[in-house]
Every structure is written in C-alpha cells, then in structure tokens.
Ligand binder design. Structure first.
Ligand SMILES: [Fe+2]
Ligand SMILES: [Fe+2]
Length: 249
C-alpha cells in the first residue's frame, strides 16, 4: 500500500467531488450538424478529429491499467472517475464523427506511442508520466491553440467540456506524481524521463503521418512545446536540470 500524505488526500477528495458534480450535470444530446472548416476537406478534418477520439481511447486504456497497479484506494477512486470521463469523451467524439462520415484510422505516431506505453514493464510511474505528457497535456494544448480549426459550435462545446475535465486529470496526475516520484531510485527516474522523451518525439517525428506533417510545418511551435514539457517534468521532480545536462543527447 502506498503512503500518501493527508493534505494530498484532501485535495484528491476535492477533485473527486468536483468530478462527480460535473458528471451528473453532463449534456450528451447535441445533434447539430458538424461544420467542416472551409479550407479543409471533410476527409482530412475527419482524420484530425479522429485523433482526438483515439487519444481518449488511449488515455482510457492507460488509466484502466493504473487502477490495477497503484495500490492506493483513493487514487483508484479518482482513476475510476477518470476512466468514466475518458469513456464519455470518446463517445462524444465518436457520435460527432459518425455524423461526419465515421471514425478514420489512428495516426501511426499516436499508435506507436500507445503501443510503447502498453509494452512498458517498469513501475506505474512510467505510464502515468506518459499519459500526462504525451497524451493529455498535448491534447489540451492542441485544443487551446487551434480554435479556428475547432470552431464548429458542436465540436467547440465538446472540447470545452473535455478541457475542463482534463484540467482535473492533470491536476491529480501532477500532484500524485510529485508526491511519489521521489520514492523511486534515480536510475529508474532517468529511464522514465528518457523513455517519455522518446515517446513524445516518436509521436511527432514521421512526416508521412498527419501529426508529423503538422509538426514539421509548425516546427518552432513544437520546439517550444518540448521545452515546456521539460520544465513540467523538472517541476514534477522526475529529473533535475543538472541530470539533463549529463544525459546523452
Ligand atoms: Fe479525456
Ligand atoms: Fe484525461
């Protein structure tokens, strides 16, 4: 059983209560017609929105696994709520995509990240850092930085709800990791950092993928995005600035 401090337990209880209230007041009956941005084909737009759907499914899978691996009943309660959120997010995107012509295939970059997370054999901290860094923070930053792309009123309403819920998932993940990451040994901490960095790059690296192509076009933006992730990981206590300087490039 993990030992979690009382102040953190109280914060987690507060987050669980807020999630219960949000889940009770949820609306899922918006059937307005999707609006494709005028500069994109329907097929291409469908592919982009499909990645939001696949990302939700990937978060769902990781959280389901974390419930089994984290021996802390309060964290498990939070993660069960989170799984319900991810399930609802995926269903909302799927309904929207059904009205747009159907879900299209997962982008290879995202599929690689998902497979690598599933194949992780170390402690639960690795998948938890990956879900925060590779999946959730990037999804939220994409939703927040691409308001023209996601201007369709029905999609914008879905995204607002998703961003609000993800803020709680991220708050929990960061608080919980900051408390527990110091209990793992330095070699494993550094291994998780390298592994997550490779997953993040692997997700964005192939120019034949839609995500990779988007990254190539907006390269300066993505250099800043990794720098931001790096600062987040230092703040989590996963890695120190001095350790990064000593790691191989
Ligand atoms: Fe989600
Ligand atoms: Fe989430």
């Amino acid at each position: 059983m993990l030992a979690t401090s009382q102040p953190l337990n109280e914060r987690i209880d507060g987050l669980i209560a807020a999630m219960s209230r949000a889940q009770n007041g949820e609306r899922t009956d918006d059937k307005r017609n999707p609006r494709v941005p005028p500069w994109l084909t329907r097929r291409f737009f469908r592919h982009i929105v499909s990645q939001l759907y696949h990302g939700e499914r990937a978060s769902h899978a990781v959280c389901t696994r974390l419930i089994r691996e984290i021996e802390d009943p309060r964290a498990q309660r939070f993660l069960e709520k989170q799984v319900a959120d991810e399930h609802r997010h995926a269903a909302l995107y799927r309904d929207y995509l059904d009205d747009l012509g159907g879900v299209s295939a997962i982008d290879p970059g995202l599929a690689r990240a998902q497979d690598a997370i599933a194949a992780w054999t170390g402690t639960w901290h690795g998948p938890m850092v990956a879900v925060i860094t590779v999946l959730e923070t990037e999804a939220v930053r994409t939703l927040q930085s691409a308001s023209r792309l996601f201007a369709c009123p029905r999609l914008a309403a879905i995204n607002r709800g998703v961003v609000r819920d993800e803020a709680r998932h991220l708050a929990f993940g960061r608080l919980f990791l900051r408390e527990h990451v110091r209990t793992i040994d330095a070699t494993e901490r550094r291994a998780i950092y390298r592994w997550v960095q490779d997953r993040w790059r692997g997700c964005n690296a192939n120019r034949r993928d839609i995500i990779g192509l988007y990254v190539m076009v907006r390269r300066p933006l993505f250099a800043k995005r990794w720098a931001r992730q790096n600062r987040d990981l230092i703040r989590l206590g996963l890695i120190g600035t001095d350790e990064i300087a000593r790691l191989d490039p």
